[in-house]
Ligand binder design. Structure first.
Ligand code: CP
Length: 332
């Protein structure tokens, strides 16, 4: 494995092998397997889980890591081609990225969506421009339209549930004070489809996932025996649901238009996941969210603190899942 940038680069069987390796590393530690190896972590955007779990995972495998957060103790990085660099950024990614890569054996990059141009974000232009400058194993730590590390951890979390693998999986839009990127919903709908689940995307009008995201998920579902549907009808979506994956994202009908997004979400404050959403769901329906989550805005305390919640297990699973990725990338 040379790069881990998109779960769609792997077959269902290859993902299952990675999850099996994550299980093994969780229960049978290999504290020397990456001795002498160095992981570089470049965060263009904030993090709690991704930063801490990669550093912890690398240390638990015997390696070490460094973290670069441009503008916080290191130079700000310019990414625009042809920029006249008279502003805050002192260094261009064309020098910064190859230099960082030369100091490590693998590099992780987090570069969120610019959130202005949907086509550019769907093409992951910002992340890909940086990735093209890296000549060694590369990890996508969340880009404009992807979060494969989260998807791999979520796959493991779903594997840990009792019962059959084919379940009704509802990716439910929930309320947030402002627009958030499409990376997690896009990665999640694909992950659940690749598993062969019956996926329903529940979202209000104006928040439909882009056609390319849905089409890719439908192709994955077709190959795995699952299905993908989309609706704004909450009652129909939640009927018989066995997993509800709550997530906030920005409006797609007026992508990049903050004022229009604000107007669209103003009447949607009741899209906060509460216990009464589960009236017609399966008795053992579980709740997922990638975190961070805004309590009582996106998900109510009664759900997050209740027996349905898997959010802490999901966050924990980032650690063994990423250890498996590092193991595959860096073990000869
Ligand atoms: N879920 C996730 O990626 O968390 P962080 O943004 O804290 O890394």
């Amino acid at each position: 494995m040379k790069r881990f940038v998109d779960l769609a680069d792997f077959t269902r069987g290859e993902v299952q092998d990675l999850v099996a390796l994550a299980q093994r590393l969780e229960h049978h530690p290999e504290p020397r397997s990456l001795a002498g190896k160095v992981l570089g972590l470049l965060f263009m955007n904030p993090s709690l889980r991704t930063l801490a779990s990669f550093q912890s995972g690398m240390a638990r495998l015997g390696g070490s890591s460094f973290v670069i957060t441009p503008g916080q103790g290191t130079w700000q990085l310019e990414a625009r081609d042809g920029a006249v660099m008279t502003g805050a950024a002192a260094e261009h990614i064309r020098e910064g990225l190859p230099v960082l890569a030369s100091y490590c054996d693998a590099l992780g990059i987090r570069a969120f969506a610019a959130g202005e141009d949907l086509a550019a974000d769907l093409a992951d232009e910002r992340f890909n421009a940086m990735a093209a400058l890296v000549d060694r194993p590369l990890i996508n730590m969340e880009s404009a339209i992807n979060h494969p590390c989260q998807a791999l951890a979520d796959w493991k979390t779903l594997d840990e549930l009792p019962g059959p693998a084919r379940r009704k999986f509802v990716l439910a839009w929930v309320s947030h004070p402002k627009s958030l990127p499409l990376a997690v919903p896009a990665a999640t709908v694909h992950m659940a489809a690749l598993r062969g689940m019956d996926v329903v995307v529940l979202r209000p009008e104006g928040f439909a996932l882009p056609t390319t995201v849905m089409e890719r998920a439908r192709q994955a579902a077709a190959a795995s025996g699952g299905s993908v549907a989309e609706t704004a009808n909450r009652a129909a979506a939640l009927e018989g649901a066995q997993v509800v994956y709550a997530k906030e994202w920005g409006c797609t009908s007026h992508y990049g238009d903050e004022a229009a997004d604000r107007e669209l979400r103003r009447p949607l404050k009741n899209w906060c996941l509460r216990n009464d959403w589960f009236a017609r769901a399966a008795d053992d329906c579980r709740v997922m969210h990638c975190l961070p989550v805004r309590r009582n805005s996106a998900i109510a305390d009664e759900v997050l603190d209740g027996p349905r919640s898997l959010v802490l297990r999901q966050a924990f699973n980032r650690l063994p899942a990423q250890m498996a990725v590092l193991h595959r990338l860096l073990r000869p």
